[in-house]
Design a protein around this ligand. Sequence first.
Ligand SMILES: O=C[C@H](O)COP(=O)(O)O
Length: 241
Amino acid sequence: MRKIVIAGNWKMFKTQAESENFLSGFLPHLEETPSEREVILCPPFTDLSVMSKYLHGSRVNLGAQNVHWEENGAYTGEIAAPMLTEIGVRYVIIGHSERRQYFGETDETVNLRLKAAQKYGLTPILCVGETKQQRDAGETEKLISTQLEKDLVDVDQTNLIIAYEPIWAIGTGDTCEATEANRVIGLIRDQLTNPHVSIQYGGSVKPNNIDEIMEQPEIDGALVGGASLEADSFARIVNYQ
Ligand SMILES: O=C[C@H](O)COP(=O)(O)O
């Protein structure tokens, strides 16, 4: 059975005070949210501890935006899985296109991070997706297939979420057509050994397009950037029809 998973990726936004302010506006909306929907917030590292305390007893789970593959060590600027699990983090985004584009993330390091996350009991949200140039060149399928092949070597597909995020649709307002996202996600599913992996769509998901996105049979949720930063907007997405 595939689970519906709606995750907010706050990227490099919100101080601790702002995160608490968000939660005070957001949590009351969850009374309307069907219980089978998994709701995740992935704030900056500095917000995780305070949010974990605030969310104690709530149905919202916490995710980090990255994790290193070593348990500890001289890796300035990185974070280790035990540091996350100790404060109640359960998910981690791995291989986001912004990490691949700006911070030298490769399929090889994505694979190391995925395996480390699973080893320490975190559920990874693996991001894959093509650039505009790759799409225009007709390379979408090949690119994603290669990413999956390399990223998923020796990765346990029973503890995994995948997010299809076409890079040209991220933060641009230029959403991928819901039917096209559905088609690509179907192709991703065909390449997996476990048919029960939840696969999200990400890229300019907004309150006004979430209903159509979630009507698609292959799409099991959304990874939301900009529209997850405001409580009412993210609540509308989580409470899609
Ligand atoms: O992780 C989230 C994605 O990068 C989507 O961001 P966006 O909703 O602002 O387009």
